[in-house]
Structures are given as C-alpha cells and as structure tokens.
Design a protein around this ligand. Structure first.
Ligand code: GLC
Length: 734
C-alpha cells in the first residue's frame, strides 16, 4: 500500500480548458496542428537571441512550433515566447522544457542517492526547490523523474534511476511528481513533470545504453511499469518514450504500451513526448523505412510531441491527406499539448517575471541539499567505531584521494553553469578546527600517473587518521556512460592499499553514480561510506556524517556485486529449481559461479548506523484472508517492534518484503512492499506498522491483455533491515 502519500489531484480536466481546446482546434490549419506537435532545441543558453540557430524563432513566428527545450533564463524565455505569442497567427504560447533531473542552480544528490535515503521526503524537497528555481528562469517543464528500474550497474543511467526495486521507485516517482507539480501547475514555483523513459529502458541488454530490451509481459508489468503507473496516478503531466525496443517493437512506435497501457489502460490524458530524435531513430531500429513512416508509426502509436527530429511537421500533412494518419489522432495529440499549456497557465501568463528570477542557490536551498545529501549516504562498514571521527582527540587528519579537494561531485545531469560542489577537504577543515588537516591527492581519478603515491603514503603515515575520498568522476556516469568494469578507475585501489598499509586508521568515502565492485581493499580499511554523487553540498554533508553531526541511515537501493561477472545480480530474483544453499557450499549442481563467492558484496536494503537496532518478529493482524476480501479492499496489518540498542540516537529503515512460495508464475524470493525510516533515541523502542493489501500480494500474469491475479496459498511476510530479512510470518490466502 502506498505509505500515506497525500492524494494530490491529478491536474484537473476542466470544461473551460476543453472548450478552449475545441475552439482552437476549430481555428487551426493542418500545418499549425502539426506545428504544435514539434519541439525544437535551443542552442544551449548562449544569450538572448543568439541562443538559437534561428530555426526556433522562424518556426515560432509561423505558428509551427509547440515547444522548445534548453532555453534557459527568464530573458531568453520571454524573448522566444514573445515571438510565438505576439507574432504568430493564433498566438499559442510555447512550453519550455529542460532536463532538471536533480537540481537547477542547487544540485541535489543524484536520484540513485535519493533512493538510498528510503525517504521520499528528500525527493519531494529536491522537486520543490528545483521547480521554484527552474520556473523562475522560464522553464515550465522538466524531463524528470526518470523512473526506470534497472538491474544493470554497468548502465550509466542507473545514476539517474531510483534503483532495482519497483516499489521503492514508485514511492520516489510519486514524491518527485508532487514536488515538481504541487497541486497547481500554473503556480510560479511549479513545473510539469515527465515520467521517463516509457518503458523498460533499464533492461538494456549488457547495460549498453539504447540496447535491446526483450522482456516478458509479466516482467514488464511487475518490474518496469509500476513506477510509471504511480507517476501517472500522482498526476504526472507528461511521459517520455524510451529509446529501446520492447520485445522487438520500439517504444516510440509501440501502440500497446503508449496507447493500450498508458492512455487507455491508465487514463493518461497528458502529453507523450518523444526522446531526442527518438522518432527518426525508428529508421535505424529497422522499424521504419523512411522519415514519413517513422512519423506515421510514432504518432499513430501514441507519441504526441516530437523532440528535435521533424517527421511530424515534414510529412504529417501529406500522410493525413493520403488517409495514412487519422484526423482524430492528430487532434487528440494537439489537444494534449494545448491541455498541458492551459494547465500551466501559459495562455494567461506566457511570460516569466524577470525580477523574480532565482539566479543562484539560496541559503535555504543549500541547507536543504546538505540535509538531503546526509540522508542519502550509506555506511557500508565501520569497524571498531572508526566513525564518527573523534573531533576532540584527533590531532592530525590526512584527507587524501583525487576527490578530496574536488568540486566534481555533482554527478550526471547537473546543469551546465550549476555551481560546483563544496569540496570535502574544505568542509572537514571547517568541521575540525582544532585538528591539523593535511591533504594529498595521491593519484588522479583516472589514468596511469602514480607519482603522487609516495606523498600520499607519507601524509597518511604522519596522521592520526585518514579520510580517503575515491570513486568515479561524473563524466563516466549517466547517459551513454556505460562501463564494462565496476571497479575504481585508474590506480585508486592501489592508493587505498598503500595508505591502508601505513597502519593509520582509514575511512574510505566512495563517490560515484553506480554500484562499484568493492574488492578486498575494504578488508584493509576501518570504514567505508557510499556517498554517491552528493551534489552541491557534498563537502558539508560528508563532514556531517564523518563527524557524527548526522548519523547515517541510508540503505542500498541497488545490489553491490562482488564482481562485474555476476551482473545482473539483484535481490528480487527468482529462486530457480536449483538454488545455491550457503549451508551446503560444496553442492555442485546449483545456480552459482565456480570462481566467486555466491551472492552480493552488499545486498539491496543494506546500510549500517553509528548505533545498533534490534528488530522483533513481525506480528499479523490476521493469519488468513480470502481472495474475495482482498479484492474488496481488505488489508492485513503487519507490526514489528524496533529498538535502538546502542548509545546514540539514530535512524533505521524497517523494511517489509513479501514472498509467494508457490504461484502460477514463479515469484521473486523477496519483493519490497513497505519501508519506514524511523528515528529512535538511544534505548527507545517503537512499533512500526505496515498495511498489506491486494496490490502487495497479487501479480501480473503473462496475459498480454494485462491480468492482475490473486491466488490462494501462502504469502510470507518478512521484516528486517535489508533484503536479507529472514524473520517472517505466513499469511494464508483462501
Ligand atoms: C536525452 C535523454 C532524455 C532527455 C532528452 C533531452 O537523450 O534520453 O532523458 O530528457 O534527451 O535532453
């Protein structure tokens, strides 16, 4: 069950809007209708008037343009908008879009990091701050949230995703849509959201971006679609089509997903926008013979607005004339675009107030980004209480590594021009004023230069403790940034081993946009923190966690494999007929590798704290429930007691997983169906309650018509603090 997310009104469909749409449709020429379905790109933010090749202005002036992406700045936005509103025949305003993925001026932690918070509030905060900054700069629409579930850490866009679990991703999607849109899209601090990429983009074979996705109906519907349905239910104003095929049919030309599932099935009345030249790429896919066919396939399948390529405008009128496109489909697509603009209030207020433009991160925005970043960090190891650092006893701290004094901690999709991150070195010096804080980079983030190793070793030797900041630069994370190896780039592992060999207690802070393979170097250091790409307030947030000002409580939203050879490796997997049993490691004919220990380095849902927690056995409000009762909305309450058994206040994420041990379609060994991040004072105990209903217990079958089934039998309800949760109760379904 959704965890009490406020029911936000979908952008209401008003009679007044629909009447204005009908009026405009009656006045528009065929060319103007196809023009409304065109989105062009502004040459990135090169100042008023000079930002475009002129194509944007020319099309706007002719009334043959519906939207522009990448126009940034109130002055630029107003300059382009004025052409459409005051110089075109019908004066229909443009809608301006931009990839505001995890921040505009104020860059928040990457989405994968936000998922690690297991706290949708952090994502809503990102959405609200980003929307206010973006809208004040003339942006009406963000191409976010990306809600592609993925089991592929090689895929660079895992950084942009909410991870490997559909339930967590759905909570993330709802929070982001609410944060961006609020309950009034026309407000000056809100933007339209865009759930992307529809659908199953995260299933790209080999993790290679844009690659083939061949997926069963049940996996499409049980794994990839739930976050999109949640986003649509939350009122997402738009959806973006995915670059990949879905079982042989490109997502941009897939009527079953775009129209059958999204529009007819879920009642989505917003705009489906193509991805960048995604329509034209139907030719490369081998789906369309030429641009005319690409446009026909995409528009007929359910794409409403074409990003950058121009097949709709170039070939639409002739296709319509030849009866190869339906007029109803054309009018429906135009209506959706006009409806978006009406919901945004653009007909009444097409221009943005330049004097209200937010031009830099505010104090409050930075504070929010810092708090969010601290909540996203995951403590993977902490031997002997190495953390938090003892600020009073620490005399000399060596802060080493290529990312120690780096501003490159924003991660993928940080906007060009967004202020760099505050470096960790600076923040640790500020947080530890009584300590001597030394620094040496050791080795570069990548490349073969190891000449700095001796200096780093000497600096570590002379210190009481070491903080080693290593990981991935932003440039090898994100779109088209696919890695065949998940290790630390360059000679960073060599740096860790050399520093650990000095015997000085060492804390490793990992930065990056994906699960990294953490080798046996982790056995040689005292503590490891996964900080992800933490955004603009990276330094202060890392210092907060390392000094204990913030007690880490994040959990992994993705599995960390031991080696890339295990990929795909994920917690919500099927059991197989020959599961590996760690109690019988010598068993040969089971599903395992010969050359690597079974299972992940760190599992989904895992994360430590500076205190300890004890979770009791789950208790159920009832032991039996019938399919009929479930279908009528009856639920079961699961209660588990959690106690802070340590001497520090802290936060634990209590997790609820379901398992169906015998079903008509084999079900995953665990499926997350609830989580609550609870703050407990030292010694405090609390009962945590979850509600389980039909949508938590049932599953989609392989029926292409879309059948959600509930079956008699058993459901095991597991509670714990990671996906390795073992304590469970059995609920009998009759
Ligand atoms: C990119 C991405 C998409 C983004 C769009 C516009 O290729 O796939 O997520 O919104 O183009 O920049």
């Amino acid at each position: 069950m959704n965890q009490g997310e406020p029911a936000m009104p979908n952008p209401a469909r008003t009679d007044e809007h629909e009447a204005r749409i009908a009026g405009l449709l009656g006045r528009m020429t065929v060319e103007e209708k196809f023009g409304q379905l065109q989105q062009l790109a502004w040459a990135w933010n090169t100042g008023p008037g000079g930002g475009s090749t002129g194509a944007v202005e020319a099309a706007a002036r002719k009334g043959l343009l519906g939207s522009v992406l990448n126009v940034v700045g109130a002055a630029n936005s107003n300059a382009v908008q004025r052409i459409a509103v005051e110089e075109s025949r019908l004066g229909i305003p443009l809608v301006f879009g931009l990839d505001v993925i995890h921040g505009f001026h104020t860059t928040f932690p990457i989405p994968l990091a936000q998922a690690a918070a297991f706290d949708p509030e952090v994502t809503r905060t990102d959405g609200e701050v980003s929307a206010a900054e973006a809208r004040s700069n003339g942006i009406h629409w963000t191409f976010s949230p990306m809600v592609d579930v993925t089991h592929e850490p090689r895929w660079g866009r895992i950084a942009e995703s909410p991870g490997e679990d559909p339930y967590l991703a759905a909570r993330y999607a709802v929070a982001k849509v609410h944060g961006y849109q609020g309950d009034d899209l026309s407000a000056p601090d809100r933007v339209a959201a865009c759930a992307k990429h529809f659908a199953a983009y995260g299933g790209a074979e080999g993790g290679r971006d844009y690659n083939t996705v061949d997926v069963s109906e049940q996996r499409l519907r049980n794994l990839y679609l739930p976050p999109f349905e949640a986003a649509v239910e939350a009122g997402a104003a738009t959806v973006m089509a995915a670059f990949n095929t879905v079982s042989g049919v490109p997502a941009h030309a897939n009527p079953r997903t775009l129209t059958g599932v999204l529009k007819d099935g879920w009642g989505f009345d917003g705009v489906v926008v193509s991805d960048w030249t995604g329509v034209q790429e139907l030719i490369a896919h081998g789906s369309a013979a030429d641009e005319a066919e690409a446009g026909r396939l995409a528009l007929s399948a359910g794409v409403d607005l074409e990003m950058v390529s121009t097949t709709f405008v170039d070939h639409g009128p002739a296709l319509l004339e030849r009866g190869e496109l339906s007029r109803e489909r054309l009018d429906d697509a135009v209506a959706r675009v006009l409806r978006l603009k009406l919901r945004l209030g653009l007909f009444e207020r097409p221009y943005v107030e330049v004097s209200a433009e937010i031009t830099a991160p505010g104090v409050g925005a930075r504070a929010a980004a810092r708090e969010v970043a601290g909540r996203c960090m995951v403590l993977l190891k902490n031997d002997g209480g190495a953390l938090p650092l003892d600020a009073t006893a620490l005399r000399t701290l060596a802060v080493l590594g290529p990312f120690a004094d780096s501003g490159d901690l924003l991660g993928t999709w940080a906007l060009p021009g967004a202020p760099e991150a505050v470096p960790v070195l600076r923040s640790l010096r500020e947080a530890l004023p009584h300590a001597v804080v030394t620094h040496a980079p050791g080795v570069p983030a990548d490349g073969s230069d190891v000449s700095g190793l001796p200096e780093a070793v000497a600096t570590a030797t002379a210190a009481d403790a070491v903080v080693l900041v290593v990981g991935e630069p932003s440039e090898i994370s994100g779109e088209a940034a696919v890695r065949s190896d998940l290790g630390l780039p360059g000679h960073q592992e060599e740096l860790i081993r050399a520093v650990a060999a000095t015997g000085t207690p060492c804390v490793v802070v990992l930065v990056g946009g994906r699960p990294l393979t953490i080798g046996d170097w982790a056995d040689q250091v005292q503590a490891v923190v996964m900080a992800w790409h933490p955004g603009i307030e990276a330094g202060p947030a890392v210092a907060d966690v390392l000094t204990g000002a913030v007690v880490p409580g994040g959990k992994l939203p993705v599995t960390f494999p031991r080696t890339v050879g295990q990929v795909p490796l994920y917690y919500n997997h099927e059991r197989t007929g020959r599961p590996y049993d760690p109690a019988v490691p010598e068993e040969k004919y089971v599903s395992k590798y010969l050359d690597v220990q079974d299972g992940p380095r760190f599992p989904f849902g895992y994360g430590l704290s500076y205190t300890t927690f004890d979770l009791g056995e789950p208790a159920l409000s009832r032991e039996r429930i019938s399919v009929r009762e479930l279908r009528e909305g009856a639920t079961v309450e699961v209660t588990v007691r959690v106690r802070n058994t340590g001497d520090r206040d802290g936060e634990e994420v209590v997790q609820l997983y379901v398992r169906d041990p015998a079903a008509s379609i084999v079900r995953p060994v665990r499926q997350l169906r609830g989580f609550q991040r609870v703050r407990l004072a030292a010694g405090e105990e609390r009962a945590v309650r979850f509600t389980v209903g039909a949508e938590d217990i049932g599953f989609w079958t392989n029926d292409p018509a879309g059948v959600f089934t509930l079956e008699p039998g058993e459901i095991h309800l597991h509670t714990g603090n990671s996906s390795h949760a073992r304590a469970h109760r059995t609920l009998r379904i009759t």
